[in-house]
Design a protein around this ligand. Sequence first.
Ligand code: FES
Length: 84
Amino acid sequence: MYVCICHAVTDRDIHQAVDTGASSVEMICDRLNVSTNCGQCLERAREVFDEAIAQGNTAMEATAMARKNQACPLPCYSDRRQVS
Ligand code: FES
């Protein structure tokens, strides 16, 4: 869905910008020219940015949980003690 009509920026564009490192609404505006003409899109851009950050945090938490639940593939000191 279009967020910024003046510059044809979609919510997908904003999510992609966050995925590639945009960490503030100002960075979104700089990269995508959001809110640089009429400014009517700024509030919606903030909402989409917040959604993208929240989704990124959820994905990072899921990855961290998955890693935490995996056994370490490397032999560690405690494994060697059990073998010998
Ligand atoms: S709608 Fe984004 S600058 Fe006009």
